[in-house]
Design a protein. Structure first.
Length: 409
């Protein structure tokens, strides 16, 4: 019984202490005052964590603690050269825009020297960007594997003629392969820069990865130029052939014949599927080039503040339930947004090109020849681009009927 009474007393004491502790936790002054006192009136760990989470904190306890240069000791007194403000006081004054400091940009000095948005950019880059970007590429690869397993290689249905016809000239193929080759190098080096720490360093170590990352950065920066040049060449060569026409709707309605054998909807030099690829390359290519130039020339090509201003004027953010986008951005914020946008567009771009590479190689018989030798089997042209095939045959017939030029006497 004595033991039982002792246990009851201990339980009652524990319950009383828990109740008292809960009551103290409900009183902010009781919990916050000792924590603030422990730091001598400075910020606490909870203040730092809250700021990193992007939460607003009451910083009035340190906003005015910026020193007093007027109270500094004279040069002939003890510690006179240190002035009346410590390093911490100076940085605190910068953070709260109370320092007499000018910067070259139009924004406040604090937004240039101390830019907390870098934490949000870093969390996005190491979190959602890697996760969803990786899933997008793996998902596209899985779709192509399943499609190939179900459909197999798209063969030429009719009997091959053995005759070939020119589809793309040498200069067109040069522009295509320069665009494709530079894009593949940019894609690989970009993925190395993003995923290298997580996947390559554990395999080869930090010492071996360092020169790989450095070389990848050089390749990424310099092969951007042939990519942009080839993009402009492709636009000039093929823009007129990729304008929409009424035959595109028929092609899309039948799925281009990709899902059923013996179905070949009519198409000109480029079918609707190829036109979608072309316009995706143009739009994404120009967008990724613009953000890439902003990254190559930091702080010299601000893109987003101007863009946000135009979007606000059109009322698009409000249309989707958002507030006005910021129209004044620090140079660091411009760079962070440019890098994030560059990477998002790159992932979408890579996923689309994966499908294009599949259909242009193992996915369709005879398709690679168009960009390989530039000549395709006539039966392939007749099945996949019947309208273009007829136009080319008509041109050949017209040319053969023209009388040969008479030699000059």
């Amino acid at each position: 019984m004595a033991l039982f009474r002792s246990l009851v007393v201990l339980l009652l004491l524990a319950a009383f202490s828990m109740t008292t502790g809960a009551g103290q936790a409900q009183t902010p002054e009781a919990s916050e005052a000792p924590a603030r006192a422990e730091t001598g009136g400075a910020q606490t760990l909870e203040d730092i964590l809250a700021r990193q989470r992007g939460e607003q904190i009451d910083d009035s306890f340190r906003r005015t603690e910026i020193g007093d240069p007027g109270a500094a000791a004279t040069m002939n007194e003890m510690l006179g050269t240190l002035g009346g403000a410590s390093d911490s006081d100076v940085w605190r004054a910068l953070r709260y825009n109370q320092a007499d400091v000018q910067v070259s940009s139009r924004v406040a000095a604090a937004e240039v020297l101390m830019q907390d948005g870098g934490m949000r950019w870093l969390e996005f880059r190491s979190g959602p960007l890697k996760t969803y970007g990786g899933y997008l590429l793996l998902g596209m690869l899985a779709v192509l594997v399943v499609f190939f397993a179900l459909r197999g290689r798209i063969r030429i249905d009719g009997e091959k003629t053995g005759r070939r016809m020119l589809r793309f000239s040498a200069i067109e193929r040069f522009a295509h392969w320069m665009l494709a080759g530079s894009f593949i190098l940019l894609a690989i080096t970009g993925l190395v820069q993003l995923f290298g720490r997580a996947f390559i360093i554990p395999l080869i170590g930090r010492e071996a990865f360092a020169p790989v990352a450095l070389a990848g950065k050089w390749v990424h920066n310099n092969f951007a130029w042939p990519f942009m040049l080839a993009l402009l060449m492709v636009i000039v060569f093929w823009l007129v052939h990729n304008l929409p026409n009424r035959h595109d709707l028929k092609w899309l309605a039948k799925g281009g014949g990709l899902f059923s054998k013996g179905t070949h909807p009519p198409a000109k030099k480029f079918n609707a599927g190829q036109k979608l690829i072309f316009w995706a390359v143009v739009v994404l290519g120009l967008s990724i080039s613009a953000s890439g130039l902003a990254l190559l020339f930091p702080f010299q090509m601000p893109l987003f503040a101007v863009t946000f201003e135009k979007l606000n004027a059109l009322g698009l953010p409000q249309l989707f339930g958002y507030g006005a986008l910021p129209e004044v951005l620090a140079p660091h914020e411009e760079m962070q947004l440019a890098q994030a946008w560059h990477a998002i567009v790159a992932f979408v771009f890579m996923a689309i090109i994966m499908a294009h590479i599949y259909l242009g190689s193992v996915g369709m018989e005879g398709a690679f020849d168009a960009m390989g030798s530039g000549e395709v089997e006539e039966q392939w042209a007749k099945e996949h681009h019947s309208l273009w095939f007829e136009e080319e045959k008509e041109k050949q017939a017209t040319a053969s009927k023209k009388p040969a030029a008479q030699p000059a006497e």
